[in-house]
Ligand binder design. Structure first.
Ligand SMILES: NC(=O)c1ccc[n+]([C@@H]2O[C@H](COP(=O)([O-])OP(=O)(O)OC[C@H]3O[C@@H](n4cnc5c(N)ncnc54)[C@H](OP(=O)(O)O)[C@@H]3O)[C@@H](O)[C@H]2O)c1
Length: 344
């Protein structure tokens, strides 16, 4: 099913969220969660902590946002082997600075790429990208790529099945990337242009949903470029569902009021949503192949949108791979080696 109607969405939101995956110990494993200081990411980090990994790395954009969350998690779970790593996804320099630390890890079993944002206004990062495009797509791609060598090494050395989980969204079902962007000489540049980004109705909802389409395409491409069989890395996207969190903190006016009503009626708690991240990261360990390149929703591997799977979406997905790798290659030469050695 590559489509979720509004009625289906509401029905899904009204049913109880299935219980968290049970019976999986993370003993000896290393787990990283981005955007772990609040919301769904924080709750996912707690689920990992109570399953006893060797090390849990919680990522946050700065000390002030991150440190209290680490202390709170230690207190709430009793789990102490937690590190705080700082990184701001709106700065390529900040993402680049994490590579050496990643390389020094002994192993890496689970990477949950959860950090993302939505904004109502058009803003440009110091790297020249519209903020949502950089945080939710490009920096996610750069950051995830850095882990691939370590995760492949973990797969080989420990016979493990490391997973990269991208936190996507069911909102990706409700829009498409416009044909003019797909047909443009460079789709990413088209989407990033001030002319397109400031058109009526793009910032806020549409841009956020587009960014989730792009990121979902990218995680699928990572899988397609990785070795098909173990030792390899499993890449998947997951939908946490509509949840209470800080995500809509910047929404104002009528839209804020609409969200408030919708939250009252339909939202899961952040903890309930985080169960889906947990499932995408450690569920179905006996059926790893089914998860590879998949889209997880309500604890099931299902289809992402018809747009992504259709002819136009696939055209864009292929184009996007080349364009994204081009951008990241300019940001950091080291990504070219990663593509050459591990993703060709
Ligand atoms: N809540 C929902 O209804 C819903 C539905 C579908 C999908 N999702 C997805 O679920 C994931 C978690 O979102 P959430 O709902 O838990 O929202 P949230 O409470 O706002 O958490 C988002 C996390 O991402 C971090 N983040 C944002 N921009 C960042 C940056 N530039 N650098 C580093 N970290 C950054 C935030 O850090 P700060 O705290 O410092 O801002 C926070 O830790 C996101 O990918 C979101 O798109 C959420």
């Amino acid at each position: 099913m590559g489509y979720v109607s509004q009625a289906q969405f509401e029905e899904d939101q009204r049913r109880p969220m299935p219980a968290p995956v049970e019976g999986v110990s993370l003993e000896g494993e290393v787990v990283i969660v981005t955007g772990a200081n609040t919301g769904i990411g924080y709750e996912a980090a707690k689920h990992f902590a109570i399953r006893g990994p060797k090390k849990l790395i919680m990522m946050a954009r700065n000390e002030a946002r991150g440190r209290p969350a680490v202390e709170k998690l230690k207190q709430e779970t009793g789990f102490q082997n937690v590190e705080l790593w700082l990184m701001d996804f709106s700065s390529f320099e900040s993402v680049k600075a994490t590579k050496e630390k990643i390389d020094q890890l002994e192993r890496l079993d689970i990477l949950v790429e959860n950090a993302a944002l939505t904004l109502e206004d058009y803003t440009v990062t110091k790297d020249g990208w519209e903020n949502i495009l950089q945080v939710n797509h490009l920096s996610f791609g750069l950051h995830a790529m850095y882990h691939i060598p370590k995760m492949l090494e973990t797969a080989k050395k420990y016979g493990a099945n490391p997973r990269i989980v991208l936190v996507s969204s069911d909102t990706h079902y409700w829009t498409r990337v416009p044909a003019e962007a797909i047909e443009a000489p460079n789709s990413l540049e088209f989407l990033n242009s001030k002319e397109y980004s400031t058109r009526e109705g793009i910032m806020g909802g549409q841009r956020y949903m587009e960014s989730k389409i792009l990121a979902t395409m990218l995680i699928r491409r990572f899988q397609a470029h990785l070795p098909p069989n173990s030792p390899t890395v499993t890449c998947c996207a997951v939908n946490p569902g509509f949840c209470l969190s800080e995500l809509r903190r910047g929404v104002t006016g009528e839209a804020a009021e609409e969200y408030r009503k919708m939250e009252e009626e339909l939202a899961f708690t952040a903890e309930e949503g985080s169960r889906q991240l947990l499932y995408a990261a450690i569920g179905q360990r006996d059926r790893e192949e089914e998860v590879r390149g998949g889209y997880v929703s309500f604890m099931k591997v299902t289809e992402c949108s018809d747009f992504i799977l259709g002819e136009e979406g696939q055209k864009l997905e292929n184009k996007l791979w080349t364009e994204t790798m081009d951008v990241l290659g300019k940001v950091d030469e080291r990504t070219k080696d990663i593509v050459k050695q591990y993703l060709s």
